[in-house]
Design a protein around this ligand. Structure first.
Ligand SMILES: Cc1cc2nc3c(=O)[nH]c(=O)nc-3n(C[C@H](O)[C@H](O)[C@H](O)COP(=O)(O)OP(=O)(O)OC[C@H]3O[C@@H](n4cnc5c(N)ncnc54)[C@H](O)[C@@H]3O)c2cc1C
Length: 441
């Protein structure tokens, strides 16, 4: 659903003010836990659809640090301050209320949320968008304490991102920057590979004999062909034989060592454990020595989702796909990375489009209407270098009760022109700005 259709739906709602559902809706209280991409977007679009709704975001932090674009802090293309997003517009322009506190539990029968600051908030509808939890302990030898001090992950941006940037800049000449990629499902599928590319590009200028090595428990990733073609053109990376058949004419491996390497599961890239003291990664293919080590561990739904009992055995939150209402508790909606959304990736774009569909479904339900047939979208832009952009773009619909990708061509074509590739990078930068505005301003 685009913005225009959404606003029209809201206008239609206004005309329905004489209907009985309207009174209940006007006084309805929607509480949103988590003021990240999903929560912020839901709040804004609920208020756009019906300014009379009382919408309150409960969020731990007074400002949001956006994860998308955070790898650019490592290479100095962005500063930590650039990742910081204010909640002022949501409050002053749209009338969203904020409670800066951490939710610790809730009573689904009484429909009340409890916070660490001993506040209790009643809701008619509750939206939960708590993001992810990094499962540090899933990798033997790794822990949050190690991540905070020596081997940062930085997949939830903050002090670990800044630490990793300092480590990269202080790395010895000719050193190896090792990225341990996560198993699926995880936040931002092209993200680890974009990070590897940006660090490789940075090395060419600042540490020309340095290397980047990706250790992977997988054999492929979304955008793998277009990303590897970018690595090949920019850094002389040799493309594995099983990807070569799809490459455009003229792409030829040289057999020379390249500053970036991807060790897949089939080549022994799966990590069994790490030795934090010596910065050694023990992989199925043998030990790998790092000079800077960036471990992106397996992920689960944010801790809050577990605290509220919204997860299942997968560690993610099952939802009724049409509206993202929790399969566990009525009138509770789980959106964003924490939800089980089938073919939709765990991305900011997905969280944003889920938030819009769910906001409309809540407005419809409160007005006594059946929610409309949902359509979601996702576009993930990624960089193989500052001027080398690529993407995956999808439209999703419900098919047989599952969220299914229905669009045809998904990727930047492998035979894209240099102009299309440069434009991809321009779009990526523009998206960071316009997307943040769509969610928070
Ligand atoms: C390096 C990197 C690059 C990325 N690039 C892209 C990209 O190019 N495109 C894209 O679409 N996506 C990208 N993403 C992914 C995107 O940032 C996430 O998918 C998105 O932020 C998910 O939104 P969310 O609302 O689920 O969670 P979040 O945005 O993480 O928000 C969760 C919020 O909940 C709050 N919270 C949690 N628990 C509680 C509690 N108990 N009480 C109160 N508040 C709580 C947190 O403080 C946080 O503010 C990237 C991610 C990374 C790490």
């Amino acid at each position: 659903m685009n913005r225009r259709q959404f606003l029209q739906a809201g206008a239609g709602l206004a005309l329905a003010s004489a209907l009985p559902g309207r009174a209940a809706q006007a006084s309805a209280q929607v509480v949103i836990i988590g003021g990240g991409v999903g929560g912020a977007t839901a709040a804004k679009y609920l208020k756009l659809a019906n300014p009379a709704l009382k919408v309150t975001i409960i969020e731990t932090n007074r400002t949001y640090i956006r994860p998308y674009g955070s790898s650019e802090v490592l290479t100095g293309h962005a500063r930590m301050e650039d990742l910081t997003v204010s909640y002022d517009a949501l409050h002053h322009r749209y009338g969203v209320d904020f409670l800066f506190d951490t939710v610790t539990g809730f009573d689904p029968d009484k429909k009340q949320v409890r916070t660490a600051g001993r506040q209790s908030l009643a809701y008619d509808k509750l939206i939960v968008s708590p993001g992810i939890r990094l499962d540090y302990a899933a990798i033997p030898g790794y822990s949050q304490a190690i991540a905070d001090t020596r081997i940062p992950s930085g997949w939830i941006p903050g002090p670990q991102t800044a630490l990793l940037a300092r480590q990269l800049q202080a790395m010895k000449p000719g050193g190896t920057f090792v990225i341990v990629a996560p198993p699926t499902p995880y936040r931002c599928p092209p993200g680890p590979y974009e990070r590897a590319a940006l660090v490789t590009e940075w090395m060419r200028r600042h540490n020309p004999t340095g290397k980047v090595l990706i250790l992977d428990p997988k054999d492929n990733f979304v955008t793998d062909a277009t990303m590897q073609l970018g690595w090949h053109r920019l850094y002389g990376y040799d493309i594995p034989a099983d990807f070569m058949q799809d490459m455009p004419a003229g792409v030829q491996n040289t057999g020379r060592p390249a500053p970036i390497a991807w060790v897949r599961a089939k080549d022994g890239g799966t990590t069994r454990g790490i030795d934090a003291r010596s910065l050694t990664v023990h992989t199925e293919g043998g030990p790998v020595q790092a000079d800077v080590l960036n471990v992106i561990p397996p992920m689960r739904a944010g801790k809050l989702a577990f605290d509220l009992g919204l997860t299942n055995e997968t560690g993610w939150c099952p939802v009724e796909r049409r509206t993202f209402e929790s399969s566990v508790h009525a009138d509770v909606y789980v959106i964003g990375d924490a939800s089980i959304a089938d073919a939709m990736p765990k991305s900011g774009f997905s969280a944003n489009t889920q938030a819009k569909v769910t906001a409309q479904a809540i407005v419809d339900t409160l007005a006594g209407r059946a929610p409309a047939e949902p359509v979601w979208g996702n576009t993930c832009y990624a960089l193989a270098g500052s001027d080398y952009g690529l993407f995956v773009a999808d439209v999703f619909r419900l098919k047989g009760g599952k969220i299914t990708q229905v669009s045809g061509k998904r990727y930047l074509p492998l035979d894209a022109s240099p102009t299309q590739i440069r434009l991809g990078a321009v779009y990526q930068q523009a998206w960071l700005k316009t997307f943040t505005e769509d969610c928070f301003a």
